[in-house]
Design a protein around this ligand. Structure first.
Ligand SMILES: O=P(O)(O)OC[C@H]1O[C@H](OP(=O)(O)OP(=O)(O)O)[C@H](O)[C@@H]1O
Ligand SMILES: Nc1nc2[nH]cnc2c(=O)[nH]1
Ligand SMILES: [Mg+2]
Length: 165
C-alpha cells in the first residue's frame, strides 16, 4: 500500500469535509449538474458531500479495479454506469464525475472514456494525473501517500525526540 520512502499526508474527517466543501464551492460557479457519478469506493464520500451542497439528486456509481502490474496493468470495470445516466449524458445532460484523488491517472482515464463530455473533479491530485482532472482542491507531490479518515484510527505516536514517553 505504501513504502517508507513516501511522505505521508493524513487527512481527518474535518479536513476532508472542509476540502470537499471547497470543491463544491468551486463547482458551484460552473453551472448546474444533472447527475453526479461517484467512482467507488473512495469517490463515494466526496460525491455525497458535493451532491448535498449542489442539490444534485441523481447520484450514480462506477466501480473499477486496477489489475496487478503482471496482469497487463489494465483496469477491470466491476460496475458500469447505468444506461439512464449514459442516455442523460448522450442527450446533453451535464454530468459531474467525482473521486477522492487522482494519482497516476489510470482510473480517471478509463472513467473519462465512459463519459467523454463530463466534468471530472477530485479533492486531491498528484502531478502525474493532474492533467486528467478539470477541478481539484489540493495538490500533493507524487511521492506522497494520502491517508483517508476511513482508513485511519486514533493511535499512539512516539514523541519527536524519539523517546517512548
Ligand atoms: O490515479 P490512479 O493511479 O488510478 O489512482 C487513484 C485511484 O486510486 C484509489 O482508488 P482504489 O483503486 O485504491 O480503490 P478504492 O477507491 O476502493 O480505495 C483512489 O480512490 C482513486 O480512485
Ligand atoms: N489512500 C490512497 N489511495 C491511493 N490510491 C492511489 N494513490 C493513493 C493515495 O495516495 N492514497
Ligand atoms: Mg478509488
Amino acid at each position: 500500500m505504501t513504502n517508507p520512502n513516501q511522505k505521508s499526508f493524513p487527512v481527518t474527517w474535518d479536513q476532508f469535509h472542509r476540502d470537499s466543501r471547497a470543491l463544491a464551492w468551486r463547482l458551484a460557479g460552473m453551472g448546474t449538474f444533472d447527475a453526479v457519478v461517484a467512482i467507488a469506493r473512495g469517490g463515494l464520500v466526496p460525491a455525497a458531500i458535493v451532491a448535498r451542497e449542489l442539490n444534485i439528486r441523481t447520484v450514480e456509481t462506477v466501480a473499477v479495479k486496477s489489475y496487478d502490474h503482471q496482469n497487463q496493468g489494465g483496469i477491470q470495470v466491476l460496475k458500469a454506469i447505468s444506461q439512464p445516466v449514459l442516455d442523460l449524458a448522450r442527450n446533453g445532460g451535464k454530468i459531474l464525475i467525482v473521486d477522492d484523488l487522482v494519482d497516476t491517472g489510470s482510473t480517471a482515464r478509463v472513467v473519462r472514456e465512459m463519459l467523454p463530455g463530463a466534468h471530472f473533479a477530485t479533492v486531491y491530485a498528484k502531478p502525474k494525473g493532474r492533467e486528467l482532472v478539470d477541478t481539484f482542491i489540493t495538490e500533493v507531490s507524487q511521492d506522497t501517500w494520502i491517508f483517508f479518515p476511513w482508513d485511519l484510527d486514533v493511535a499512539y505516536v512516539a514523541p519527536i525526540s524519539g523517546g517512548t514517553d
